[in-house]
Design a protein around this ligand. Structure first.
Ligand code: HAS
Ligand code: HEM
Length: 556
């Protein structure tokens, strides 16, 4: 791997992880505000919604996008033995960096406290929208370059099966490219002119529908890099083989078809969208759970095989033969903990997806309970583990405090489980999300004091505190590794799982065209009614509002 690519990947890991320190700090602050330990609207001059915006945007948008691009570069270089084009790679990195700085400046100066979903009529400074757009466009540039490399590689290797990790990467960025088109339209055509004051109002249902066209596919963009690791690396780390790579191909292509046409399941409560399309997208959402079930069984079978190779006996006791605490395969610990959390993340997702049950949980703290079991579970743990792995390899440095590194994912998992149980239990008792409960419901001095939520929010605080400690330990290991002395030559050498059975190339699972056509048709059919409802159902367009003021900005 060239020095140029090495440095690019290292910058794309270092910058977001440095920002993550702010993101994790605001995670802790969220549980502190929510549980009523403090009764304040701001701490250290950063107010509640500003902190929640920083937390959501840094952790879930900036970190994940940088990581997906950095990991994509490494995967393409490792699997196809071709390095990305230098100009495209540099352009992509700079666009992402400049975009991040713009969005961060807007958030830190308090001019963009609109949360990571930036729903209008809440208005942010244009720098926030433009910065986010640049971050997305930067990631596209890297993707276009990989497509060119892949096409070239395929010409040279017509009958060779494309490596599974490359299928996963290209599927993931295709989903990303298509879904970000909608949010790019929302930002550039609807929100920026409105936030600049060039247009007086914005069509709120349309903006929300375009956001969720992007928003749920976004979660699979977060997830698929972890799936690539589960299929192509975890069985090897466990000491075994992958039960079926074709299962992985099927799973990735189903994601390609179904990740986008389900965004309306975030809008079951929006009166502007018709019931028919809500039910249709609810059913399609159950469809998108299929590739995860396929993954659950395939990976469980691969792990069982690995354990039996190590001499395990018994129906379930084989589990204890897996290398949970081995420092040399620490990545195993990060990935397996992610999978364990995802069992609960997936089940709670299916509850949300049910059109009728969604009424019970929507806008309650059940939802952050669900998504910390997913994005702060398999996604985040895979990012943490793989960034340490890549930094250590690409710098040729030994892991700093390897024993601590090995326990980080376990500590994090215990924290997330306690945190999410607290939030979800509270959610089922009606505890709201995105609310500074310390000011009202959990302030004994307030008329709105609600003692039922004391214990659940305290559990949230306890779990969140443990997550915070695990986060701190991770930072020590990450930065300690980064700044230690080089002991070996830099490389990229991922663990590669062999397949258990010899698998012939099946042409339909080694081509993109038919899948792309099907993807287009399904999206068109499922989004046409939703977009037309959003266009037809609005009476008035909304003027801009600031989070601090219930009157519109333009009437002042
Ligand atoms: Fe979700 C809301 C439905 C997956 C993230 N989700 C959210 C939000 C986020 C999010 C961030 O239908 C909030 C957005 C906001 O701010 O408003 N979600 C689903 C469904 C799935 C799902 C059906 N979500 C995810 C993933 C996320 C994520 C993945 C991030 C990465 N979600 C919803 C719905 C809402 C929602 C509604 C809207 C709620 C509302 O009202 O606002 C499915 O994809 C889940 C399928 C997963 C499975 C689990 C498979 C299990 C596996 C583990 C196997 C374990 C093994 C280990 C092998 C079926 C793969 C064995 C262990 C040994 C020791 C051997
Ligand atoms: C929101 C805690 C780490 C992603 C929240 C909320 C809390 C919280 C309490 C607000 C819930 C609400 O009132 O609605 C924590 C703690 C963390 C942590 C204690 C660790 C120390 C993470 C990580 C990610 C993440 C690692 C993603 C990689 C999010 C997102 C939101 C959120 C996307 C939603 C923000 C919004 O509603 O606008 N977190 N979190 N969190 N968290 Fe975390």
């Amino acid at each position: 791997v060239s020095r140029f690519l090495r440095n690019t990947i290292l910058i794309e890991l270092f910058v977001p992880i440095l920002l993550l320190t702010i993101g994790i700090y605001h995670g802790l602050m969220q549980v502190v505000y929510r549980s009523g330990v403090i009764h304040r609207a701001a701490v250290a001059k950063l107010d509640y919604y500003q902190g929640l915006t920083l937390h959501g945007v840094i952790n879930a948008i900036v970190l994940t996008t940088f990581f997906a691009v950095a990991f994509g570069h490494a995967t393409v270089a490792f699997c196809l033995k071709k390095e990305p084009n230098r100009k495209a790679t540099a352009l992509s990195m700079w666009l992402m960096l400049i975009g991040t700085v713009m969005a961060a400046a807007a958030m830190l100066s308090g001019k963009a406290s609109v949360l990571y979903t930036f729903y209008p009529p809440l208005k942010a400074h244009p720098a926030f929208y433009l910065g986010t757009a640049l971050l997305l466009v930067g990631s596209w540039v890297a993707f276009f370059d990989w497509v060119a490399i892949y096409i070239q590689w395929k010409k040279e290797n017509k009958t060779t099966n494309t490596p599974l990790a490359i299928i996963g990467t290209l599927v993931n960025f295709t989903i990303w490219f298509v879904c970000t088109l909608a949010v790019a339209y929302e930002v550039l055509i609807l929100l920026v002119p409105w936030s600049m004051g060039w247009t007086a109002g914005v069509n709120v249902p349309l903006a929300r529908t375009l956001f969720w066209f992007f928003g749920h596919a976004l979660v699979y963009f977060w997830l698929l890099p972890s799936y690539i690791m589960f299929y192509t690396m975890l069985p090897k780390l466990a000491g075994g083989k992958l039960y079926s790579a074709n299962a992985g191909r099927v799973a990735f292509f189903i994601f390609l078809l179904l990740s986008i046409p389900i965004g309306v399941h975030h809008q079951f409560g929006d009166p502007s969208i018709g019931r028919g399309i809500k039910l249709t997208q609810s059913i399609l959402t159950f469809g998108v759970a299929l590739p995860s079930f396929i993954t659950a069984f395939t990976i469980a079978a691969s792990l069982e095989y690995a354990a039996r190779l190590r001499g395990a006996k018994g129906l379930y006791s084989w589990i204890w033969k897996l290398p949970f605490f081995r420092k040399d395969v620490f990545l195993f610990g990060y990935l397996i903990n992610g999978l364990i959390l995802f069992i609960f993340g997936g089940l709670t997702g299916l509850i949300n997806a049910s059109y009728s049950l969604n009424n019970v949980v929507h806008n309650t703290s059940f939802i952050p309970g669900h998504f910390h079991l997913t994005v702060a579970g398999p996604v985040f743990l895979a990012i943490l583990g793989m960034s340490i792995f890549m930094v250590s390899q690409l710098t040729g440095k030994k892991i700093f405090l390897p024993a601590i590194n090995t326990i980080v994912p376990y500590l994090w998992t215990v924290g997330v489980l306690i945190f999410s149980v607290g939030l979800m239990w509270g959610g089922l008792m009606g505890e709201p999300r995105r609310t500074n409960m310390g000011l009202t419901y959990l302030n004994p001095a307030s008329e709105q004091f609600h003692p039922y939520w004391v214990i659940s929010s305290m559990l949230g605080l306890a779990g969140g505190g443990i997550m915070f400690v695990a986060g701190l330990l991770y930072f020590i290991v990450f930065f300690g590794t980064f700044f230690s002395k080089r002991t070996a030559a830099p490389v990229i050498d991922f663990p590669v799982s062999e397949t258990l059975h010899e698998e012939k190339r099946i042409p339909i699972f080694d081509t993109f065209k038919p899948w792309l056509a099907m993807m287009g048709i399904i999206i068109f059919l499922s989004y046409l009614p939703a977009i037309s409802d959003a266009l037809n159902n609005t009476g008035k367009k909304a003027p801009p509002y600031l989070p601090t003021d219930p009157t519109p900005v333009t009437t002042k």
